[in-house]
Ligand binder design. Structure first.
Ligand code: GDP
Length: 438
């Protein structure tokens, strides 16, 4: 999962701070040194790191932090605020023209995921009740047109194509006309990519831009390429004035530096994040939620949105309330496991639950569906009273539960220990959430 390394390091740093109670200036300094290293290791641009740490340090050595009763939480709040700012502050939404169609030009290097993302965006827009037209404007990459046509079929969305013998400028113009006549809301133009940035590519893209005057130029960049992605974004932005970036492959094992640097280096907001190869794996990019994930506070809001799509909404809302009030029981845990299984890849989902990534046992077991099945069996073998208050589970109750679930007393001990840890994290999270007025 993206940011895992960064998240672990930052959380370790803050746990050490928490352990200290009152903080001195040198404690903060030491913590900032660790934050700096963690960001550099996550491949964040060094200038960005320097400014970031300076800002946090300035705010963190302020009197109200050092003298507060919970200085560590104040420092975390500051880091959370500044991370959010770094990624652009608030969510940058896709443009919507006053008079449709909204013209969106998709640009990027070959392999970044441009064509796939164009399809994902069409799906995203359709879910919002819009009517998009896909335009096959990549006339150079073999099979790019075919690829878009296949995506169009899957999405039941029309694809406008004139083959690969017509210039991209003419295709774009004709597509726009077609969209006007047929009442499309959005025109998504897939353009040619290259392996590297070159002048011919930029000139051609500029010509397409001049011809159709897009409301939005979205640059698709591969998060796996780290600082190269930032460089690419910088060049495209200077040449074309892109209006937003879409970071792909954030589901992969990237260190996340690109996500944290692009906005600060280029001034371009990240509008979406690609989280997988499937067509529904595109998430609007929320800087505050991403910061919250990095700091191990989870992302309950995205979880609820996913839940709204595929899971019992009432249950998710109830869960959120419980997390806020720190009333989290084994029953909720069981419910959550059942719901979580419906939502998608477990490791992605787990990272959205506050504190989950910190619990060693659970971390190890996340991809292992069998293990989760055992946990479910254990909780199901408990009485309602035991689930409500696990503290009443003494040795003889454990033996009964082990028999009922076909597990062992050790396994039950392990689960209860994990659950206790999780409850602690949930409490901390809800304390912090209250403080932050979330
Ligand atoms: P293009 O040359 O920029 O049009 O790239 P494609 O759309 O053909 O994508 C290149 C490869 O990246 C394909 O195998 C895609 O399935 C894959 N890809 C695109 N977006 C994502 C993503 O968000 N996550 C993952 N894991 N793979 C992606």
């Amino acid at each position: 999962m993206v940011f895992e390394g960064l998240a672990n390091r930052l959380q370790d740093t803050f746990n050490r701070l928490r352990g200290k109670g009152k903080l001195s200036e040198s404690d903060v300094k030491e913590a900032m040194r660790e934050v700096r290293l963690a960001l550099l290791e996550a491949d964040v641009n060094f200038k960005v790191v320097k400014e970031f740490v300076e800002k946090v340090r300035e705010r963190a050595v302020g009197q109200e932090v050092l003298q507060s009763l919970t200085p560590a939480q104040q420092v975390i709040k500051i880091v959370n605020d500044e991370l959010t700012q770094l990624m652009g502050g608030s969510q940058a939404k896709i443009a919507q023209a006053a008079k449709p169609p909204t013209v969106v030009m998709m640009v990027g290097l070959q392999g970044a995921g441009k064509t796939t993302t164009t399809g994902k965006l069409a799906q995203f827009l359709k879910k919002q009740g819009k009517y998009p037209l896909l335009v096959a404007g990549d006339v150079y990459r073999p099979a790019a047109i075919k690829q878009l046509q296949i995506l169009g079929e899957q999405l039941k969305t029309p694809v406008f194509s004139m083959g690969d013998q017509v210039s991209p400028v003419d295709i774009a113009k004709a597509a726009l006309e077609h969209a006007r006549v047929h009442g499309f809301d959005y025109v998504l133009i897939d353009t040619a990519g290259r392996l590297h940035i070159d002048e011919a590519l930029m000139n051609e893209l500029k010509m397409v831009k001049d011809a159709v005057n897009p409301h939005e130029i979205l640059l698709v960049v591969d998060a796996m390429t780290g600082q190269d992605a930032v460089q690419v974004a910088d060049t495209f932005h200077k040449e074309l004035e892109v209006t937003g970036a879409i970071l792909t492959k954030l589901d992969g094992d990237t260190r996340g530096g690109a996500a944290l640097s692009i906005r600060a280096v280029t001034g371009t907001p990240i509008k979406f994040a690609g989280m997988g190869e499937k067509l529904d794996a595109l998430e609007p990019f929320h800087p505050d939620r991403m910061a919250s994930r990095i700091l191990g506070m989870g992302d309950v809001l995205t979880l609820i949105e996913k839940a709204q799509a595929s899971v019992d909404k009432e249950k998710a809302v109830e869960l959120e309330k419980k997390i806020r009030k720190a009333e989290f029981t084994l029953d909720d845990f069981l419910d959550q496991l059942a719901q979580v299984r419906k939502l998608g890849p477990l490791d992605q989902i787990m990272s959205m639950i506050p504190g989950m990534n910190k619990i060693k046992g659970i971390q190890g077991m996340t991809p292992d569906e069998k293990q989760i099945g055992r946990v479910e069996a254990i909780i199901r073998s408990m009485t309602p009273a035991e689930r409500q208050n696990y503290k009443i589970i003494d040795h003889s109750r454990k033996q009964r539960i082990a028999r009922g679930s076909g597990t062992s007393v050790q396994e039950i001990n392990r689960l209860l220990k994990q659950f206790e840890e999780m409850q602690k994290m949930v409490k901390q999270f809800s304390g912090l959430a209250k403080k932050m007025g979330k």
